[in-house]
Write a protein of this length. Structure first.
Length: 107
């Protein structure tokens, strides 16, 4: 039953991709229209390029709860080291203007 539902959802999304592409992109970007099988290919390609097949946090049951428990079991020093490592890996995403110094007139 799940497999049939999965196939129906994939086919529906492929039809939506094809319809949106054919309705919007040819008049705007002057590209050709696509077929249903091309829309299915675009859907699969976008899943590979942007979504992967591992599932991330949503793919693991209790994944977020596991990370919260792991952080709670760390000492304050370990937690600070973890945060610093995460900040280095992510490049400071999520900074607000108050955290970032404003450029001066000399710069």
């Amino acid at each position: 039953m799940f497999f049939i539902l999965f196939i129906c959802v994939v086919l529906l999304f492929s039809f939506i991709v094809m319809s949106l592409w054919n309705a919007i992109l040819p008049p705007v970007l002057h590209v050709s229209t696509i077929t249903f099988s091309q829309a299915l290919g675009i859907l699969i390609l976008s899943k590979i390029l942007f979504g992967g097949f591992r599932g991330g946090w949503r793919g693991r049951p209790g994944g977020m709860r596991y990370m919260q428990q792991k952080l709670a079991s760390m000492t304050p020093e370990e937690r600070e080291k973890f945060k610093a490592n995460l900040k280095n890996r992510c490049g400071g995403w999520g900074k607000t203007e108050t955290e970032t110094p404003a450029p001066t007139a000399a710069e």
